[in-house]
Write a protein that binds this ligand. Structure first.
Ligand code: ADE
Length: 236
C-alpha cells in the first residue's frame, strides 16, 4: 500500500479511469493502493463561453490552450508546496523511459496535464514548472491516452500492486535489453517445437539461452538500445 496520488487535468475527465479501472491497476485503485482524480479544466474558465483555448499569437492554424485557465486549474489541485512533479503530456516532451517511470513510482504521486489543440501557452509551462513528457514519436489527438499509458507503467511498480512474479521483467528492461522469447504448452504447435534447451531442466543452460536470445533480438530490433548496452553493462 502507498499513498500514491495522481491528479489529471483534462477536458475529457470521462476518459478516466478508463483502462486504469480494470486489471492490476483497477484492483489496486479499488483497494485504495493509489488515488486517481480527474479534473475538468473547463471548470476554471470564465465568461459565457467558458473558453479554454484561443487563436495562436502570430497567426496560423489551430488553437492554443490559455495560460490563465490552465494555471487556475493547476493551482486548484497542486498548490505551490505540492512536492509532486507536474507533467505535461505532449509530443514535444522528453521521451518517457523506464528510469523516469521508476522515479515517479517511488515518489508521492503525479499531477498530469493533458494537452489538446495545437499546444499550450508557453508561459504556463515555465511559471508552473511543467515537465514536458512524450510517450513516443507520433501524434495523439490529446494527452489523455498518453497519461493513461504513463500511469499504467507507474502504477504496476507500486508496492503490492503486482505480484513478485513479474518483477524480473522490469529488471530485464533495466539492463537495457529486450525480453527473450517465451514458450509454453503445447510442446508442438503446427510442427514447430519449443527450443529443446528450455525443456532440459538445466537452469544454467536455460539462462544462457535466454541471455543470448535477448541480446540477439535487441541487436536486431533496437540498434539504439544495443549500442548503449554494449557501451555500458555489456562491458562487465
Ligand atoms: N499528446 C499528443 N501526442 C502525444 C505523445 N506522443 N506523447 C505525449 N502526449 C501526447
Amino acid at each position: 500500500m502507498t499513498g500514491f496520488a495522481a491528479d489529471v487535468l483534462t477536458l475529457y475527465p470521462e476518459m478516466f479511469p478508463g483502462p486504469l479501472g480494470v486489471s492490476l491497476a483497477g484492483r489496486a485503485l479499488g483497494e485504495g493502493g493509489w488515488q486517481l482524480t480527474a479534473t475538468q479544466i473547463r471548470d476554471f474558465a470564465e465568461g459565457r463561453h467558458r473558453n479554454v483555448d484561443d487563436t495562436p499569437a502570430g497567426g496560423g492554424p489551430g488553437m492554443v490552450m490559455r495560460a490563465d485557465v490552465l494555471a487556475r486549474a493547476i493551482d486548484a489541485v497542486s498548490p505551490p508546496d505540492d512536492s509532486r512533479p507536474r507533467l505535461l503530456m505532449t509530443p514535444r516532451g522528453a521521451p518517457l523511459k523506464q528510469a523516469r517511470v521508476r522515479e515517479l513510482a517511488a515518489g508521492p504521486g503525479v499531477v498530469i496535464i493533458c494537452g489538446r489543440f495545437e499546444g499550450v501557452d508557453e508561459r504556463v509551462i515555465s511559471r508552473r514548472r511543467l515537465e514536458e513528457v512524450s510517450i513516443g514519436d507520433y501524434v495523439l489527438s490529446g494527452g489523455e491516452v498518453a497519461a493513461i499509458v504513463l500511469l499504467d507503467a507507474v502504477v504496476r511498480l507500486l508496492p503490492g500492486v503486482m505480484g513478485n512474479d513479474l518483477s524480473g521483467l522490469a529488471e530485464s528492461f533495466e539492463e537495457g535489453l529486450l525480453e527473450h522469447a517465451q514458450y509454453t504448452r503445447p510442446p508442438v504447435f503446427e510442427d514447430e517445437v519449443i527450443p529443446p534447451v528450455l525443456l532440459s531442466g538445466d537452469h544454467a543452460k536455460v539462462d544462457a539461452w535466454r541471455r543470448a536470445d535477448a541480446e540477439q533480438v535487441t541487436a536486431e530490433r533496437r540498434p539504439d538500445l544495443w549500442a548503449v548496452h554494449r557501451a555500458t553493462k555489456g562491458r562487465k
